[in-house]
Design a protein around this ligand. Sequence first.
Ligand code: KIV
Ligand code: ZN
Length: 514
Amino acid sequence: MDKIIFFDTTLRDGEQAPGCQMNENEKVAIARQLQRLGVDVIEAGFPASSNGEFRAVSRIAEEIGADKESPTICALARALESDVKKAYEALKNAKNPRIHYFISTSPLHMEKKLRKTPEEVITQAVRIGKYIRETLGIKDIEFSAEDATRSHEDFLCKIFEKVIEACSRDGTEKITINIPDTVGFSYPDKFVGLINYIRKNTKNIDRAILSVHCHNDRGLAVANTLEAVRKAGVKQVEVTVNGIGERAGNASLEQIVGNFMLFGYEHNINTKLIKETSELVSRIVDIEIQPNTPIVGKNAFSHQSGIHQDGMLKDAKCYEIFNPYEFGCSTNLSIGARSGKRGFMQRIKNMGLNLTKEEVDRTIKRFMNICDSKKNIDDVDILIAINGKEVKEYYRFIKYFPKITNRGFKVEVVLNEERSIKKYCGIGNGLIDAAINAVKKSIKTEGLEIKNYLSKSKVPGSDATAYTYLEISKGKYIIKSSANHTDTITSAILAFIDCANRAKYFDDFFKRRK
Ligand code: KIV
Ligand code: ZN
Protein backbone atom coordinates (compact mmCIF):
# COMPACT_ATOMS: atom_id res chain seq x y z
CA MET A 1 0.00 0.00 0.00
CA ASP A 2 1.32 3.49 -0.89
CA LYS A 3 2.04 5.86 1.95
CA ILE A 4 -0.50 8.63 2.37
CA ILE A 5 1.05 12.08 1.94
CA PHE A 6 0.48 14.50 4.83
CA PHE A 7 0.15 18.09 3.61
CA ASP A 8 -0.01 20.38 6.62
CA THR A 9 -1.58 23.81 6.24
CA THR A 10 -1.46 24.98 9.87
CA LEU A 11 0.76 27.88 8.84
CA ARG A 12 -1.51 28.95 5.98
CA ASP A 13 -5.18 27.94 6.38
CA GLY A 14 -4.72 27.56 10.16
CA GLU A 15 -3.18 30.98 10.45
CA GLN A 16 -6.03 32.56 8.44
CA ALA A 17 -8.46 31.87 11.30
CA PRO A 18 -9.32 34.84 13.53
CA GLY A 19 -7.00 35.01 16.53
CA CYS A 20 -4.51 32.52 15.06
CA GLN A 21 -2.04 35.02 13.58
CA MET A 22 1.57 34.14 14.27
CA ASN A 23 4.74 36.17 14.00
CA GLU A 24 7.72 35.16 11.86
CA ASN A 25 9.62 33.38 14.65
CA GLU A 26 6.53 31.49 15.76
CA LYS A 27 5.93 30.29 12.19
CA VAL A 28 9.50 29.09 11.90
CA ALA A 29 9.21 27.29 15.25
CA ILE A 30 6.04 25.51 14.11
CA ALA A 31 7.58 24.62 10.73
CA ARG A 32 10.56 23.09 12.55
CA GLN A 33 8.23 21.02 14.71
CA LEU A 34 6.26 19.90 11.62
CA GLN A 35 9.51 18.75 10.10
CA ARG A 36 10.33 16.72 13.24
CA LEU A 37 6.81 15.33 13.17
CA GLY A 38 7.42 13.96 9.68
CA VAL A 39 4.97 16.04 7.67
CA ASP A 40 5.65 15.52 3.92
CA VAL A 41 4.52 18.93 2.67
CA ILE A 42 4.52 22.11 4.79
CA GLU A 43 2.31 24.82 3.35
CA ALA A 44 4.30 27.69 4.80
CA GLY A 45 2.05 30.57 3.80
CA PHE A 46 0.67 32.88 1.13
CA PRO A 47 3.65 35.11 0.18
CA ALA A 48 1.66 37.60 -1.93
CA SER A 49 -0.59 38.45 1.03
CA SER A 50 1.93 40.60 2.96
CA ASN A 51 5.62 41.38 3.36
CA GLY A 52 5.68 39.60 6.73
CA GLU A 53 4.19 36.49 5.17
CA PHE A 54 6.74 36.64 2.36
CA ARG A 55 9.58 36.85 4.89
CA ALA A 56 8.19 33.95 6.97
CA VAL A 57 7.89 31.67 3.92
CA SER A 58 11.41 32.66 2.78
CA ARG A 59 12.85 31.85 6.21
CA ILE A 60 11.05 28.50 6.37
CA ALA A 61 12.34 27.68 2.86
CA GLU A 62 15.88 28.55 3.92
CA GLU A 63 15.95 27.19 7.48
CA ILE A 64 13.76 24.10 7.16
CA GLY A 65 13.68 23.32 3.46
CA ALA A 66 17.29 23.67 2.34
CA ASP A 67 18.34 20.00 2.18
CA LYS A 68 17.50 17.23 -0.23
CA GLU A 69 15.80 15.27 2.56
CA SER A 70 13.84 18.31 3.79
CA PRO A 71 10.08 18.25 3.54
CA THR A 72 8.51 19.90 0.53
CA ILE A 73 7.93 23.58 1.29
CA CYS A 74 4.82 24.87 -0.39
CA ALA A 75 3.56 28.41 -0.96
CA LEU A 76 0.01 29.36 -1.88
CA ALA A 77 -0.91 31.70 -4.74
CA ARG A 78 -4.04 32.80 -6.53
CA ALA A 79 -4.05 32.00 -10.24
CA LEU A 80 -2.29 35.29 -10.97
CA GLU A 81 1.20 35.83 -12.36
CA SER A 82 2.06 38.35 -9.65
CA ASP A 83 1.05 35.87 -6.89
CA VAL A 84 2.92 32.86 -8.26
CA LYS A 85 6.00 35.02 -8.86
CA LYS A 86 5.99 36.01 -5.17
CA ALA A 87 5.56 32.37 -4.19
CA TYR A 88 8.45 31.43 -6.47
CA GLU A 89 10.73 34.10 -4.98
CA ALA A 90 9.85 33.15 -1.41
CA LEU A 91 10.64 29.50 -2.16
CA LYS A 92 13.96 30.23 -3.86
CA ASN A 93 16.07 28.55 -1.15
CA ALA A 94 13.92 25.46 -0.75
CA LYS A 95 15.35 22.27 -2.19
CA ASN A 96 11.88 20.80 -2.76
CA PRO A 97 9.60 23.75 -3.55
CA ARG A 98 5.94 23.45 -4.48
CA ILE A 99 3.66 26.18 -5.77
CA HIS A 100 0.02 25.67 -4.88
CA TYR A 101 -2.26 27.81 -7.00
CA PHE A 102 -6.03 27.98 -6.95
CA ILE A 103 -9.06 29.43 -8.66
CA SER A 104 -12.76 29.13 -7.87
CA THR A 105 -14.81 26.72 -9.97
CA SER A 106 -18.34 26.87 -8.52
CA PRO A 107 -20.95 28.86 -10.48
CA LEU A 108 -21.53 31.02 -7.42
CA HIS A 109 -17.86 31.94 -6.96
CA MET A 110 -17.15 32.34 -10.67
CA GLU A 111 -20.08 34.65 -11.20
CA LYS A 112 -20.18 36.61 -7.94
CA LYS A 113 -16.59 36.60 -6.75
CA LEU A 114 -14.47 36.37 -9.89
CA ARG A 115 -16.99 37.80 -12.37
CA LYS A 116 -15.65 35.42 -14.99
CA THR A 117 -17.21 32.89 -17.33
CA PRO A 118 -16.28 29.21 -16.88
CA GLU A 119 -14.22 29.35 -20.09
CA GLU A 120 -12.27 32.34 -18.80
CA VAL A 121 -11.57 30.48 -15.56
CA ILE A 122 -10.19 27.49 -17.49
CA THR A 123 -8.04 29.75 -19.68
CA GLN A 124 -6.59 31.50 -16.63
CA ALA A 125 -5.89 28.24 -14.77
CA VAL A 126 -4.12 26.79 -17.82
CA ARG A 127 -2.12 29.94 -18.49
CA ILE A 128 -0.86 30.14 -14.91
CA GLY A 129 -0.09 26.40 -14.79
CA LYS A 130 2.07 26.78 -17.92
CA TYR A 131 3.72 29.89 -16.52
CA ILE A 132 4.71 28.04 -13.32
CA ARG A 133 6.08 25.07 -15.25
CA GLU A 134 7.62 26.73 -18.32
CA THR A 135 8.67 30.20 -17.20
CA LEU A 136 9.45 29.58 -13.54
CA GLY A 137 10.64 26.01 -14.04
CA ILE A 138 8.81 24.63 -10.98
CA LYS A 139 8.42 20.88 -11.20
CA ASP A 140 6.07 20.34 -8.29
CA ILE A 141 2.72 22.08 -8.77
CA GLU A 142 -0.56 21.77 -6.91
CA PHE A 143 -3.82 23.05 -8.31
CA SER A 144 -6.95 23.58 -6.23
CA ALA A 145 -10.46 24.09 -7.58
CA GLU A 146 -11.79 26.35 -4.85
CA ASP A 147 -15.35 25.47 -3.77
CA ALA A 148 -15.07 22.18 -5.69
CA THR A 149 -17.93 20.55 -3.78
CA ARG A 150 -20.39 23.18 -5.07
CA SER A 151 -19.01 23.02 -8.64
CA HIS A 152 -20.43 21.08 -11.61
CA GLU A 153 -18.79 17.67 -11.83
CA ASP A 154 -18.16 17.87 -15.60
CA PHE A 155 -16.68 21.33 -15.29
CA LEU A 156 -14.24 20.00 -12.70
CA CYS A 157 -13.23 17.14 -15.02
CA LYS A 158 -12.64 19.61 -17.83
CA ILE A 159 -10.54 22.07 -15.87
CA PHE A 160 -8.52 19.30 -14.20
CA GLU A 161 -7.73 17.67 -17.53
CA LYS A 162 -6.50 20.96 -19.00
CA VAL A 163 -4.51 21.89 -15.89
CA ILE A 164 -2.81 18.47 -15.76
CA GLU A 165 -1.90 18.92 -19.43
CA ALA A 166 -0.49 22.39 -18.74
CA CYS A 167 1.48 21.44 -15.63
CA SER A 168 2.97 18.11 -16.60
CA ARG A 169 4.47 17.50 -19.98
CA ASP A 170 7.52 15.27 -19.89
CA GLY A 171 6.69 13.03 -16.93
CA THR A 172 9.38 14.58 -14.68
CA GLU A 173 6.87 16.95 -13.10
CA LYS A 174 4.68 16.25 -10.13
CA ILE A 175 1.13 17.57 -10.35
CA THR A 176 -1.28 17.35 -7.44
CA ILE A 177 -4.97 17.94 -8.02
CA ASN A 178 -6.65 19.10 -4.85
CA ILE A 179 -10.40 18.88 -4.31
CA PRO A 180 -11.31 21.26 -1.51
CA ASP A 181 -14.57 21.21 0.37
CA THR A 182 -14.01 24.93 0.88
CA VAL A 183 -17.15 25.67 2.88
CA GLY A 184 -17.50 22.28 4.60
CA PHE A 185 -20.61 21.61 2.54
CA SER A 186 -20.20 17.95 1.60
CA TYR A 187 -20.76 14.68 3.45
CA PRO A 188 -18.96 11.36 3.03
CA ASP A 189 -21.15 9.61 0.38
CA LYS A 190 -21.47 12.73 -1.71
CA PHE A 191 -17.77 13.59 -1.48
CA VAL A 192 -16.65 10.06 -2.34
CA GLY A 193 -19.12 10.07 -5.28
CA LEU A 194 -17.67 13.34 -6.60
CA ILE A 195 -14.06 12.17 -6.41
CA ASN A 196 -14.84 8.85 -8.04
CA TYR A 197 -16.69 10.67 -10.81
CA ILE A 198 -13.65 12.88 -11.40
CA ARG A 199 -11.36 9.83 -11.45
CA LYS A 200 -13.55 8.11 -14.02
CA ASN A 201 -14.18 11.07 -16.30
CA THR A 202 -10.90 12.99 -16.35
CA LYS A 203 -8.77 11.42 -19.10
CA ASN A 204 -5.31 12.08 -17.73
CA ILE A 205 -6.14 11.93 -13.98
CA ASP A 206 -3.68 9.05 -13.52
CA ARG A 207 -0.83 11.50 -14.09
CA ALA A 208 -1.90 13.43 -10.98
CA ILE A 209 -1.79 12.80 -7.25
CA LEU A 210 -5.29 13.28 -5.85
CA SER A 211 -5.65 15.34 -2.71
CA VAL A 212 -8.49 16.54 -0.48
CA HIS A 213 -8.81 19.60 1.73
CA CYS A 214 -11.87 19.55 3.98
CA HIS A 215 -13.37 22.24 6.17
CA ASN A 216 -15.37 21.44 9.25
CA ASP A 217 -18.52 23.58 8.97
CA ARG A 218 -20.72 20.48 9.31
CA GLY A 219 -18.33 18.75 11.70
CA LEU A 220 -17.44 16.31 8.90
CA ALA A 221 -13.93 17.39 7.89
CA VAL A 222 -12.24 14.30 9.34
CA ALA A 223 -14.95 11.91 8.12
CA ASN A 224 -14.86 13.35 4.58
CA THR A 225 -11.07 13.21 4.42
CA LEU A 226 -10.97 9.68 5.72
CA GLU A 227 -13.62 8.38 3.37
CA ALA A 228 -11.92 10.04 0.41
CA VAL A 229 -8.84 7.96 1.23
CA ARG A 230 -10.73 4.75 1.99
CA LYS A 231 -13.24 4.81 -0.86
CA ALA A 232 -11.90 7.11 -3.56
CA GLY A 233 -8.17 6.34 -3.60
CA VAL A 234 -7.02 9.79 -2.52
CA LYS A 235 -3.28 9.88 -1.74
CA GLN A 236 -2.77 13.27 -0.12
CA VAL A 237 -4.63 14.65 2.89
CA GLU A 238 -4.57 18.33 3.81
CA VAL A 239 -4.75 18.87 7.55
CA THR A 240 -3.93 21.30 10.34
CA VAL A 241 -2.66 20.76 13.86
CA ASN A 242 -5.59 20.87 16.32
CA GLY A 243 -7.87 21.34 13.28
CA ILE A 244 -7.40 25.12 13.31
CA GLY A 245 -8.44 26.94 10.15
CA GLU A 246 -11.00 29.21 8.52
CA ARG A 247 -14.35 29.30 10.40
CA ALA A 248 -14.95 25.86 11.98
CA GLY A 249 -11.46 24.78 10.95
CA ASN A 250 -9.89 22.05 8.84
CA ALA A 251 -9.47 18.29 9.23
CA SER A 252 -7.32 17.72 12.30
CA LEU A 253 -3.95 16.08 11.74
CA GLU A 254 -4.16 14.22 15.04
CA GLN A 255 -7.55 12.68 14.32
CA ILE A 256 -6.60 11.66 10.79
CA VAL A 257 -3.43 10.00 12.12
CA GLY A 258 -5.46 8.19 14.80
CA ASN A 259 -7.89 6.87 12.21
CA PHE A 260 -5.07 5.82 9.87
CA MET A 261 -3.62 3.86 12.77
CA LEU A 262 -6.87 1.95 13.18
CA PHE A 263 -7.34 1.41 9.44
CA GLY A 264 -3.69 0.50 8.89
CA TYR A 265 -2.66 3.24 6.45
CA GLU A 266 1.03 3.98 6.20
CA HIS A 267 2.49 7.47 6.48
CA ASN A 268 5.62 9.29 7.64
CA ILE A 269 4.22 10.91 10.77
CA ASN A 270 6.13 10.24 13.99
CA THR A 271 2.98 9.79 16.07
CA LYS A 272 4.86 10.05 19.39
CA LEU A 273 5.36 13.78 18.71
CA ILE A 274 1.67 14.48 18.23
CA LYS A 275 0.92 15.64 21.76
CA GLU A 276 3.87 18.04 21.97
CA THR A 277 3.08 19.44 18.50
CA SER A 278 -0.52 20.02 19.49
CA GLU A 279 0.61 21.76 22.69
CA LEU A 280 3.09 23.97 20.84
CA VAL A 281 0.47 25.16 18.34
CA SER A 282 -2.09 25.66 21.09
CA ARG A 283 0.38 27.81 23.05
CA ILE A 284 1.45 29.87 20.04
CA VAL A 285 -2.03 30.65 18.72
CA ASP A 286 -3.34 30.91 22.28
CA ILE A 287 -6.29 28.61 21.70
CA GLU A 288 -6.90 26.10 24.45
CA ILE A 289 -7.69 22.55 23.44
CA GLN A 290 -11.11 21.49 24.64
CA PRO A 291 -10.64 18.69 27.23
CA ASN A 292 -12.85 16.22 25.32
CA THR A 293 -10.93 16.62 22.03
CA PRO A 294 -9.98 13.21 20.61
CA ILE A 295 -6.34 12.17 21.16
CA VAL A 296 -4.91 15.50 22.37
CA GLY A 297 -7.59 16.71 24.82
CA LYS A 298 -6.79 16.56 28.54
CA ASN A 299 -9.57 14.02 29.06
CA ALA A 300 -8.92 11.89 25.96
CA PHE A 301 -7.19 9.20 28.04
CA SER A 302 -8.61 10.02 31.48
CA HIS A 303 -10.91 7.66 33.31
CA GLN A 304 -12.77 8.71 36.40
CA SER A 305 -15.80 6.49 36.91
CA GLY A 306 -15.31 3.52 39.20
CA ILE A 307 -16.54 1.00 36.63
CA HIS A 308 -14.19 2.34 33.96
CA GLN A 309 -11.20 2.49 36.32
CA ASP A 310 -11.85 -1.08 37.40
CA GLY A 311 -11.94 -2.14 33.73
CA MET A 312 -8.79 -0.16 32.93
CA LEU A 313 -6.88 -1.78 35.78
CA LYS A 314 -7.86 -5.22 34.45
CA ASP A 315 -7.07 -4.44 30.82
CA ALA A 316 -6.59 -0.96 29.31
CA LYS A 317 -8.28 -2.14 26.10
CA CYS A 318 -11.57 -2.23 28.03
CA TYR A 319 -11.87 1.54 27.64
CA GLU A 320 -9.07 2.70 25.34
CA ILE A 321 -9.11 2.08 21.59
CA PHE A 322 -5.68 3.68 21.20
CA ASN A 323 -2.51 3.20 23.15
CA PRO A 324 -2.00 6.80 24.41
CA TYR A 325 1.77 6.26 24.44
CA GLU A 326 1.67 6.08 20.62
CA PHE A 327 0.69 9.77 20.56
CA GLY A 328 3.03 10.91 23.33
CA CYS A 329 0.13 10.87 25.83
CA SER A 330 -0.53 8.79 28.92
CA THR A 331 -3.49 7.27 30.70
CA ASN A 332 -4.78 9.13 33.71
CA LEU A 333 -6.96 7.40 36.28
CA SER A 334 -8.17 10.54 37.96
CA ILE A 335 -9.55 10.24 41.43
CA GLY A 336 -12.86 11.88 42.18
CA ALA A 337 -16.39 11.36 43.43
CA ARG A 338 -17.14 8.72 40.77
CA SER A 339 -13.87 6.81 40.88
CA GLY A 340 -14.94 4.06 43.24
CA LYS A 341 -13.04 1.97 45.73
CA ARG A 342 -10.76 0.12 43.31
CA GLY A 343 -9.26 3.22 41.66
CA PHE A 344 -8.93 4.92 45.03
CA MET A 345 -7.16 1.91 46.57
CA GLN A 346 -4.81 1.73 43.59
CA ARG A 347 -3.80 5.35 44.18
CA ILE A 348 -3.22 4.66 47.88
CA LYS A 349 -1.01 1.72 46.89
CA ASN A 350 0.91 3.88 44.41
CA MET A 351 1.57 6.32 47.24
CA GLY A 352 3.21 3.48 49.20
CA LEU A 353 0.53 3.52 51.93
CA ASN A 354 -0.91 0.51 53.72
CA LEU A 355 -4.26 0.96 55.43
CA THR A 356 -6.07 -1.32 57.81
CA LYS A 357 -9.60 -2.44 56.85
CA GLU A 358 -11.15 0.07 59.28
CA GLU A 359 -8.94 2.84 57.95
CA VAL A 360 -10.02 2.01 54.38
CA ASP A 361 -13.74 2.29 55.19
CA ARG A 362 -13.28 5.52 57.13
CA THR A 363 -10.99 7.03 54.51
CA ILE A 364 -13.31 6.30 51.61
CA LYS A 365 -16.25 7.86 53.41
CA ARG A 366 -14.27 11.02 54.18
CA PHE A 367 -12.85 11.11 50.68
CA MET A 368 -16.32 11.05 49.12
CA ASN A 369 -17.28 14.03 51.28
CA ILE A 370 -14.20 15.93 50.11
CA CYS A 371 -15.06 15.13 46.46
CA ASP A 372 -18.58 16.45 46.93
CA SER A 373 -17.28 19.75 48.20
CA LYS A 374 -14.47 20.56 45.73
CA LYS A 375 -13.56 20.21 42.09
CA ASN A 376 -9.80 19.75 41.76
CA ILE A 377 -8.86 16.74 43.85
CA ASP A 378 -5.15 16.16 44.50
CA ASP A 379 -2.92 13.75 46.41
CA VAL A 380 -3.12 15.87 49.57
CA ASP A 381 -6.90 15.30 49.62
CA ILE A 382 -6.21 11.58 49.90
CA LEU A 383 -3.95 12.21 52.90
CA ILE A 384 -6.61 14.48 54.46
CA ALA A 385 -9.11 11.65 54.07
CA ILE A 386 -6.74 9.20 55.79
CA ASN A 387 -5.84 11.63 58.56
CA GLY A 388 -9.25 13.13 59.12
CA LYS A 389 -7.61 16.54 59.72
CA GLU A 390 -7.85 19.68 57.58
CA VAL A 391 -4.84 21.51 56.16
CA LYS A 392 -3.55 23.98 58.75
CA GLU A 393 -2.80 27.58 57.79
CA TYR A 394 0.92 27.36 58.42
CA TYR A 395 1.49 30.33 56.13
CA ARG A 396 -1.08 33.13 56.05
CA PHE A 397 -1.03 36.08 53.69
CA ILE A 398 -1.27 39.56 55.17
CA LYS A 399 -0.37 42.08 52.45
CA TYR A 400 2.09 42.89 49.69
CA PHE A 401 3.95 45.98 48.50
CA PRO A 402 4.68 46.21 44.76
CA LYS A 403 7.48 48.30 43.33
CA ILE A 404 8.04 48.98 39.64
CA THR A 405 11.37 50.59 38.81
CA ASN A 406 13.44 51.08 35.67
CA ARG A 407 15.29 47.93 36.62
CA GLY A 408 12.21 45.71 36.88
CA PHE A 409 9.55 44.42 39.23
CA LYS A 410 9.90 43.92 42.94
CA VAL A 411 7.34 42.71 45.50
CA GLU A 412 7.55 42.50 49.27
CA VAL A 413 5.14 39.98 50.73
CA VAL A 414 4.15 40.01 54.39
CA LEU A 415 3.15 36.66 55.84
CA ASN A 416 2.05 35.31 59.15
CA GLU A 417 4.14 32.20 59.70
CA GLU A 418 2.92 30.27 62.72
CA ARG A 419 2.03 33.46 64.55
CA SER A 420 5.16 35.41 63.68
CA ILE A 421 5.17 38.18 61.07
CA LYS A 422 7.74 37.72 58.30
CA LYS A 423 8.62 39.79 55.22
CA TYR A 424 10.04 38.34 52.02
CA CYS A 425 11.20 40.19 48.95
CA GLY A 426 11.17 38.85 45.41
CA ILE A 427 12.04 40.15 41.97
CA GLY A 428 10.68 38.87 38.67
CA ASN A 429 9.72 39.59 35.10
CA GLY A 430 6.36 40.93 36.28
CA LEU A 431 4.58 41.58 39.56
CA ILE A 432 3.12 38.06 39.77
CA ASP A 433 6.47 36.45 39.15
CA ALA A 434 8.09 38.74 41.72
CA ALA A 435 5.35 37.98 44.29
CA ILE A 436 5.65 34.21 43.78
CA ASN A 437 9.45 34.45 44.07
CA ALA A 438 8.99 36.28 47.37
CA VAL A 439 6.64 33.61 48.76
CA LYS A 440 8.98 30.85 47.54
CA LYS A 441 11.66 32.17 49.89
CA SER A 442 9.45 31.42 52.87
CA ILE A 443 8.73 27.82 51.95
CA LYS A 444 10.68 25.15 53.72
CA THR A 445 9.23 22.22 51.72
CA GLU A 446 11.75 20.79 49.25
CA GLY A 447 11.34 19.94 45.58
CA LEU A 448 8.30 21.97 44.60
CA GLU A 449 7.94 22.78 40.92
CA ILE A 450 5.18 24.80 39.24
CA LYS A 451 3.61 22.61 36.56
CA ASN A 452 0.58 24.60 35.58
CA TYR A 453 -0.37 28.20 36.27
CA LEU A 454 -3.56 29.67 34.95
CA SER A 455 -5.01 33.09 35.62
CA LYS A 456 -8.28 34.30 34.19
CA SER A 457 -11.37 36.27 34.98
CA LYS A 458 -14.53 34.25 35.11
CA VAL A 459 -16.82 37.06 34.01
CA PRO A 460 -16.27 40.02 31.65
CA GLY A 461 -15.42 43.49 32.97
CA SER A 462 -12.38 45.11 34.51
CA ASP A 463 -13.90 44.72 38.00
CA ALA A 464 -14.14 40.93 37.62
CA THR A 465 -12.68 38.52 40.14
CA ALA A 466 -9.34 37.05 39.08
CA TYR A 467 -9.26 33.27 39.29
CA THR A 468 -5.90 31.54 39.71
CA TYR A 469 -5.40 27.82 39.28
CA LEU A 470 -2.09 26.28 40.24
CA GLU A 471 -0.61 22.81 39.98
CA ILE A 472 2.66 22.08 41.72
CA SER A 473 4.56 18.84 41.59
CA LYS A 474 6.47 17.35 44.45
CA GLY A 475 8.29 14.40 42.94
CA LYS A 476 5.62 12.19 41.47
CA TYR A 477 2.83 13.85 43.47
CA ILE A 478 0.60 16.69 42.35
CA ILE A 479 -0.71 19.45 44.58
CA LYS A 480 -3.51 21.64 43.25
CA SER A 481 -5.01 24.84 44.50
CA SER A 482 -7.06 27.77 43.33
CA ALA A 483 -7.97 31.22 44.60
CA ASN A 484 -10.26 34.11 43.72
CA HIS A 485 -9.63 37.77 44.39
CA THR A 486 -10.48 41.07 42.72
CA ASP A 487 -6.73 41.73 42.62
CA THR A 488 -4.84 39.39 40.25
CA ILE A 489 -1.62 39.47 42.27
CA THR A 490 -3.37 38.71 45.55
CA SER A 491 -5.20 35.87 43.83
CA ALA A 492 -1.87 34.38 42.62
CA ILE A 493 -0.26 34.77 46.08
CA LEU A 494 -3.24 33.13 47.79
CA ALA A 495 -3.18 30.17 45.41
CA PHE A 496 0.55 29.73 45.89
CA ILE A 497 0.32 29.98 49.68
CA ASP A 498 -2.47 27.41 49.66
CA CYS A 499 -0.19 25.08 47.69
CA ALA A 500 2.62 25.74 50.18
CA ASN A 501 0.34 24.87 53.11
CA ARG A 502 -0.76 21.68 51.37
CA ALA A 503 2.87 20.77 50.65
CA LYS A 504 3.69 21.26 54.35
CA TYR A 505 0.76 18.98 55.26
CA PHE A 506 2.15 16.42 52.82
CA ASP A 507 5.64 16.52 54.43
CA ASP A 508 4.27 16.32 57.97
CA PHE A 509 2.04 13.38 57.06
CA PHE A 510 4.91 11.28 55.74
CA LYS A 511 7.27 12.33 58.57
CA ARG A 512 4.71 11.11 61.12
CA ARG A 513 4.00 7.93 59.18
CA LYS A 514 7.68 6.84 59.11
O1 KIV B 1 -10.50 25.90 1.48
C1 KIV B 1 -9.97 26.10 0.38
O2 KIV B 1 -10.57 25.99 -0.69
C2 KIV B 1 -8.58 26.50 0.39
C3 KIV B 1 -7.87 26.47 -0.93
C4 KIV B 1 -6.96 27.58 -1.12
C5 KIV B 1 -7.22 25.13 -1.09
O3 KIV B 1 -8.01 26.74 1.41
ZN1 ZN C 1 -9.14 25.92 3.15
